[in-house]
Design a protein around this ligand. Structure first.
Ligand SMILES: [Zn+2]
Length: 319
């Protein structure tokens, strides 16, 4: 399923072996590479763990992340499963499928339950071999778009279509801007905001980052760009901070790729990054930052407590 190597490579985790104690990206077969949400990819922990082990970790992380929605995780019918509002969902090689779709698992892309980095590793320019691989990935991504089953997350967030999703969202003010998000993350977001405001009083870079926000984009029913998979914006679980000025820097690999082929050569110095206090405030309450993805999206945060739990960074408060 997931190959950690990507984030590893681009962020030059040569040391991924160190960063990911379970990872072994030296032996990652290209055909096992999975493009992740917003298209970062990670090394499959199944490389070093057995598949059932990974299944158990992921399903327990989901149960821990969403205790109000998921009653339990349990091994049944030869696979790990979670009971979500009375319905069993099976790991199915990372696809998280209801029983009736498990026979058809191969037609779906695995979900991105990758290892997330606590700290951004030092930048390293990709080698020519890596650069070639990234180029190939970008091409195959266009030819073979991600196709993840939306069933589990649609049920989890009770948002199966545009109209139903819209019933779940609320519009709030965040750092002085209006944004529409899922009503289940209102409390976490207000904790994030408190944290950022506190940081802004002692860190002028945080205040400057706030002052540079032009607008926020939250809920929008749509697929991930150029894929057939649901974006987290569809549930109102992702926020984009649109800056007034990028200061000549890059923020989203897809925009960058429209005028230069080697988006993977954009170093951190050339990217528009929020201050680390902002990133940490989001991570503390269950959100991951898109700037840590191979397919970087430095404006983007999304609510993925299960990813943080899997990465040894359990959020401070969880629903
Ligand atoms: Zn976004």
């Amino acid at each position: 399923m997931y190959k950690i190597f990507s984030i590893a490579f681009v962020f030059s985790f040569l040391s991924a072996g160190n960063v990911f104690s379970l990872g072994n990206q030296e032996n990652v077969p290209a055909d096992e590479i999975v493009l992740q949400e917003n298209q970062s990819q990670t090394v499959n922990q199944a490389q070093t763990r057995t598949e059932p082990d990974r299944a158990e970790l992921v399903m327990n992380a989901l149960a821990q992340a969403y205790p109000q929605q998921i009653e339990k995780a349990e091994y049944r019918n030869n696979d790990w499963a979670v009971l979500l509002r009375g319905k069993w969902y099976f790991f199915a090689g990372g696809r998280i499928l209801p029983q009736e779709l498990t026979a058809n698992a191969a037609s779906y892309s695995p979900q991105p339950f990758y290892n997330y980095q606590a700290e951004l590793p030092a930048w390293r320019k990709p080698t020519p071999e890596e650069a070639e691989r990234y180029g190939n990935m970008s091409r195959s991504r266009n030819q073979n778009p991600l196709r993840r089953s939306p069933h589990f997350f649609d049920d989890l967030w009770r948002a199966h279509n545009n109209a139903e999703s819209y019933e779940r969202v609320k519009t709030l003010r965040f750092l002085g801007h209006s944004v529409t998000v899922h009503n289940m993350i209102l409390e976490n977001l207000s904790l994030v905001e408190e944290e950022i405001l506190a940081a802004s009083r002692r860190d002028s870079q945080v205040q400057a980052w706030i002052n540079n926000i032009s607008s926020l984009e939250g809920w929008a029913w749509r697929n991930i760009a150029e894929t057939q998979s649901r974006s987290y914006h569809s549930y109102g679980l992702a926020l984009d901070f649109i800056p007034k000025s990028l200061g000549g820097k890059q923020t989203y690999w897809l925009w960058t790729s429209q005028y230069r082929n080697d988006w993977w050569n954009v170093s951190y110095n050339e990217r528009h990054h929020p201050p680390s206090a902002v990133i940490k405030a989001f991570e503390k309450y269950g959100f991951i930052w898109g700037g840590k993805w191979l397919y970087f999206d430095t404006m983007h945060f999304e609510y993925r407590p299960e990813i943080l739990i899997l990465s040894g960074m359990p959020p401070e408060t969880r629903r």
